[in-house]
Design a protein around this ligand. Structure first.
Ligand SMILES: C[S@@+](CC[C@H](N)C(=O)[O-])C[C@H]1O[C@@H](n2cnc3c(N)ncnc32)[C@H](O)[C@@H]1O
Length: 354
C-alpha cells in the first residue's frame, strides 16, 4: 500500500518540496539529509495518520504532511512545537507586509528582558533590543500567525549565533568567518525569515502539535509512528536544552522560566528523563515501543555509534512487533558532500517494525 497522498504527490515530489520549502534550522540530529530516504519508507508503509514523536526541527513532520498524512508532531520542548505549528498545523495563514512593519517598528512596550539578561552573553545591544521590541508586538498576536512570527524570530536567533548552539557565549569574534548570516542584523534576518516561513505554508490534512515527555505521549494508535529519540552518544551528553535553551526561552519570552543565572549562558535547567541517562535509556526505549504496540508500524532512526546498541534495540522492538527489518541507508543519502561523508563515519539505519 502507498500513502494516501493528499494531492497525488509522490515520495520524490514530497521530498523535493520539503527540501525546497522547509526552513533549515541547525538542529542536533536533524534528518534534513535523510528526507528522500524517509519519504520512500513512509510511502511504502502508508496509512492516514502519522506521529513524529521527537519532532525537533520539524522537517520530518513537514515531509509527512507533504505526503498526505494527518500529522501529530510531538516534542518535549516548546520551540519545536512552535515550528511545527507554523508549518505543519498552519494550512493558510501568512504574515503580511503590515505585520512585518509593525513587528520591526517601534516597540509597543518597554520590556528589556533579553537586553538586560543576555548582555555580554549573546549578540550585540541592537540585536538584543530588537528581540525585546519584536516580542512586544508578537505577544499581542494569536494562533498560527503568532507561531509564524515566533518561528521567524527563532530562526533569526539560531542563524545569528555562531555554530547555532548556545553553549558558547561572550566574545565570539573568533567564529566570524565573514558569513552573511553573521553579518546581517537580527532585524534583517527576521524580515527574510518571515518570507521563508510564509513560503513554507501549504494546505494539507489536519495536523496537531503536542508537547509531551516521551513517557506521557498520547499512544494513538497511529498508522505510522516515526521515532527519532535522543540516543546516548559515546561521549558528551544528549541534552537539547543545554544547546538550544535560548531558542526555547525565546519561543515563550522566558514566561514562567527560572533561568540558571549563575551559569555563563544563563541557561534553563536540564530536564531529566529516561532518555537522559545511560542507566535508564534501555527502559525508556522499552516504554516508548510498548506505547505504540497497537499502532500500524514503527519507523525508527538509528546511528551506528549510538547507545543502546543495535541488537538491544532490535530485541526491544521484537517485544512489541513481530516483523522487524533493519535497513542501512546508503551513504549518498545522508551527508551532501564527499568531504562531509569522510568527516562523519556514522552509519545511519532505519528500523521498520510492523
Ligand atoms: C534527534 S532529535 C529529533 C530530530 C528531528 N527528527 C529532526 O529531523 O529535526 C530528538 C528530539 O527529541 C526531543 N526529546 C529529547 N528527550 C525527549 C523526551 N524524553 N521526550 C520527548 N522528546 C524528547 C529533543 O527535544 C529533540 O528535539
Amino acid at each position: 500500500m502507498t500513502a494516501t497522498l493528499f494531492d497525488g504527490t509522490t515520495a520524490s515530489q514530497a521530498s523535493a518540496l520539503t527540501a525546497a520549502f522547509y526552513p533549515r534550522i541547525r538542529y542536533m540530529g536533524s534528518k534534513y539529509a535523510l528526507v528522500p530516504h524517509l519519504a520512500e519508507v513512509f510511502a511504502e508503509v502508508g496509512g492516514r495518520t502519522a506521529l513524529d514523536a521527537f519532532s525537533g526541527s520539524g522537517v520530518v513532520s513537514y515531509l509527512l504532511k507533504r505526503q498526505g498524512f494527518e500529522v501529530t508532531a510531538n516534542d518535549m520542548l516548546q520551540f519545536p512545537g512552535v515550528l511545527a505549528s507554523a508549518t505543519v498545523v498552519n494550512n493558510s495563514e501568512r504574515l503580511t507586509a503590515e505585520d512585518v512593519e509593525r513587528i520591526t517598528g517601534p516597540a509597543a512596550d518597554d520590556r528589556d528582558f533579553v537586553a538586560s539578561t543576555f548582555d555580554g552573553v549573546f549578540y550585540d545591544a541592537e540585536d538584543r533590543a530588537f528581540l525585546d521590541s519584536a516580542w512586544s508586538h508578537v505577544a499581542t498576536m494569536e494562533g498560527d500567525r503568532k507561531a509564524l512570527a515566533i518561528s521567524a524570530l527563532v530562526l533569526s536567533a539560531a542563524r545569528k549565533q555562531p555554530r547555532g548552539v548556545f553553549t558558547i557565549t561572550g566574545d565570539l569574534s573568533r567564529y566570524d568567518d565573514g558569513r552573511r548570516d553573521l553579518r546581517l542584523s537580527m532585524r534583517e534576518h527576521f524580515i527574510e525569515h518571515v518570507e521563508t516561513y510564509n513560503d513554507a505554508v501549504f494546505e494539507g490534512p489536519t495536523a496537531r502539535v503536542t508537547m509531551q515527555e516521551a513517557s506521557a505521549m498520547d499512544s494513538g494508535p497511529y498508522d505510522l509512528v516515526y521515532l527519532d529519540p535522543p540516543y546516548a552518544p559515546p561521549s558528551d551528553d544528549n541534552c537539547y536544552i543545554k544547546r538550544f535553551h535560548f531558542l526555547e526561552g525565546l519561543s515563550r519570552y522566558w514566561q514562567g522560566d527560572t533561568l540558571m543565572l549563575n551559569t555563563n549562558s544563563k541557561k534553563l535547567p536540564k530536564p531529566h528523563t529516561g532518555y537522559s541517562h545511560r542507566h535508564t535509556i534501555v527502559e525508556a526505549f522499552r516504554d516508548t515501543f510498548k506505547r505504540f504496540s497497537d499502532s500500524g508500524a514503527i519507523v525508527l532512526s538509528y546511528g551506528s555509534n549510538a547507545l543502546p546498541d543495535m541488537e538491544t534495540i532490535v530485541s526491544l522492538l521484537r517485544e512489541v512487533k513481530s516483523d522487524v527489518e533493519v535497513r542501512k541507508i546508503p551513504h549518498t543519502y545522508h551527508y551532501g558532500t564527499h568531504k562531509a561523508v569522510t568527516r562523519r563515519s556514522v552509519d545511519e539505519y532505519l528500523f521498520v517494525a510492523r
